[in-house]
Design a protein around this ligand. Structure first.
Ligand SMILES: [Mg+2]
Length: 287
């Protein structure tokens, strides 16, 4: 069969990353609740205990932010949930407002500092700085490989498939992850860090890699919006990896991509998946 090309997303597809954000948020929430308790707010003990429980799950189960909020809700930690929602909202606002470098290193820490300040208006600069530092821990925390990820990449390399990494985020931070995880073992120089995963960037990657045909090109990722939607738009096949127990992104309207629960399934279902003429044909029919 003609060469198969895989365009892989990095964060939360090959490595776990989102739990670092949940963990930092949980730390900030605990800091806010503890301080409010010390300031005389009552009935916070139970809430604090619930957040500690969820924080344990965050680290153990590597929960992303939406799952983290979901767990707070399930545990009826309403006050903590409000704080988490505020962090999420402000973080999104910063992303949406930025014209360039949407995923700058200052973004999440700034959101943390802002949220802290909104709970304690006029707080000392040092306290705000502490909240900022909590946000910064996401960049120094471990981002381990997803279970089975290295195995899948080894397998695809053995199959002599073409492997491309396309990741969205801050150049310095993403480069560091690529280096730390020694991703050149599988991707060589075919690693791209972009500010946004638009159809334009997918096309640009294909052009610069001189991929002759869209047939047998898969985009693999955990975000429907970033990794799948625009890839489908330009005629690639999509493999959406969703470990979530509930789905945050609306994907009901799209039928022409494949959903897997775990990245390891790519190896297990390789033959089935790469019978891609079927998928390419299906895609063409839908357009
Ligand atoms: Mg991702």
């Amino acid at each position: 069969m003609a060469g198969i090309t895989w365009i892989y997303d990095l964060d939360d597809t090959l490595i776990s990353n989102a739990h670092n954000y949940s963990n930092a948020a949980a730390t900030l929430i605990l800091k806010i609740l503890e301080k409010r308790k010390n300031n005389g707010f009552t009935n916070l003990e139970e809430e604090i205990e619930k957040v500690k429980e969820v924080k344990k799950d965050v680290l153990e189960l590597k929960l992303g932010f939406e799952d983290f909020m979901y767990n707070l809700k399930q545990n009826e930690a309403q006050k903590a949930l409000s704080i988490a929602e505020m962090i999420y909202k402000i973080d999104m606002e910063i992303i949406n407002r930025a014209k360039k470098n949407k995923f700058s290193q200052k973004r999440f820490p700034s959101a943390c500092a802002k949220v802290y300040e909104s709970y304690f208006p006029g707080c000392p600069r040092a306290a705000k700085k502490e909240a900022y530092e909590i946000g910064k821990t996401v960049f120094s925390s471990e981002s381990p490989f997803k279970e089975g990820a290295e195995n899948v990449l080894d397998f695809l390399k053995y199959k002599k498939d073409k492997l491309i990494l396309l990741t969205k985020g801050d150049k310095e931070i993403q480069s560091k992850k690529i280096k730390d995880k020694k991703l050149e073992r599988w991707f060589g120089n075919s690693t791209y860090i972009v500010d946004d995963k638009s159809a334009f960037y997918f096309q640009r990657v294909l052009d610069s890699e001189k991929i002759p045909t869209l047939k047998n090109v898969f985009s693999v990722g955990n975000s429907f919006k970033s990794d799948i939607e625009h890839a489908l738009e330009i005629g690639l096949s999509g493999i959406y990896i969703s470990e979530r127990r509930w789905d945050f992104e609306k994907v009901d309207n799209f039928k022409e991509f494949i959903t897997l629960k775990k990245i390891s399934e790519i190896k297990d279902k390789y033959a089935e998946l790469t019978d891609s003429f079927k998928y390419a044909f299906k895609l063409r029919l839908q357009r």
